[in-house]
Design a binder for this molecule. Structure first.
Ligand code: AHR
Length: 306
């Protein structure tokens, strides 16, 4: 009747509100904050009731939240898994309760892909390759000693960004990863670990590869405090392309940021509505992204949404 009356979809949704339970990883980075905002805003715009839970970086909290969504009989569960493994049991519980699950941003390492309806987010392996390609195309001549700040141990982006980058420098002996450690995707840890790297090898570091911008920004502080020029003495390659990275690029302190978009909210709500309506959604939805070298930063900055 409502359709016949030509009512918009959002009005229809309000008549029988869809309930979505979403378990977010935490608030470790500028990227994550933008991702949370995008999801909250998109739920509002779509008239979807959002039960939002912040896991503070802990898998056990995400599992608890998912179990609570199952107990509350929400219509759809979505989550961004902090690490790749250890989800089988809780995903089987959701399946047994006939609640569809959507993975956003990060993947899980489970063989049975009937445990989720779709996985939407970036291609982290390709992001790692893009970072590697920028490096080999732009930093040449002599030995290139690289230090790597990895993301959260066991997380899909940390695993894939490392792998993709290594794939590109493999067989090019001048590019050497001399140190690699986790900075847990945070500024504070990025700074702390970079300080340790600099203390261990103050002269030998030519390049920093950071798995996200926040760690790169933290590391920039450490490099400056050590009396070196970030972006010049040490070239810096990172991932996300958040506003903070653009500011660093415009200041000449960060050389390139590979884009990883956190703006998954509208796509997620559309998938939730489709799943509830019984429509088929693609099993994998890949976000389209690009690369921003520092030379493009000033022009692009006014257009950035996160
Ligand atoms: O999963 C995406 C990654 O998680 C982003 O690159 C990082 O900034 C975030 O914390």
């Amino acid at each position: 009747l409502a359709l016949a009356a030509g009512l918009p979809l959002s009005v229809l949704a309000q008549q029988k509100k869809i309930v979505l339970g979403f378990s977010q990883i935490g608030a470790e980075s500028e990227w994550r904050t933008a991702n949370t905002e995008s999801i909250k805003q998109a739920a509002k715009d779509a008239g979807i009731e959002l039960k939002f839970s912040d896991a503070q970086q802990k898998q056990e909290n995400q599992i608890k939240a998912i179990r609570s969504f199952i107990a509350q009989k929400v219509d759809v569960i979505a989550f961004s898994p902090v690490v790749e493994s250890g989800w089988g049991t809780v995903l089987r519980e959701a399946k047994a309760a006939k609640i569809p699950v959507i993975l956003t941003d990060r993947a899980v390492n489970e063989k049975d892909d009937s445990l989720w309806v779709t996985f939407m987010g970036s291609d982290f392996l390709e992001e790692g390759r893009k970072a590697g390609r920028w490096l080999v195309d732009n930093v040449k001549g002599g030995e290139v000693n690289i230090v790597e700040l990895q993301g959260t141990v066991g997380s899909a982006p940390a695993i894939d960004r490392k792998k993709g980058f290594e794939e590109v420098i493999k067989g090019k002996p001048q590019y050497k990863i001399v140190r690699s450690q986790t900075g847990d995707f945070t500024r504070a840890k990025g700074k702390e670990v970079m300080q340790a790297f600099l203390k261990a090898d103050p002269k030998k570091i030519n390049v920093l590869y950071a798995h996200n911008d926040d760690m790169a920004i933290g590391a920039i502080q450490a490099i400056e405090e050590a009396g070196l020029k970030p972006g010049q003495d040490i070239k810096i390659v990172s991932i996300d392309a958040v506003k903070g990275a653009f500011e660093a690029m415009m200041a000449g302190k960060l050389n390139v940021s590979v884009e990883c978009s956190p703006l998954l909210g509208p796509q997620l709500m559309k998938a939730v509505q489709d799943v509830v309506a019984g429509k088929t959604v693609p099993k994998r939805i890949v976000t389209e992204e690009t690369v921003f070298p520092m030379e493009s930063a000033a022009k692009e900055f006014p257009k950035r949404k996160y």
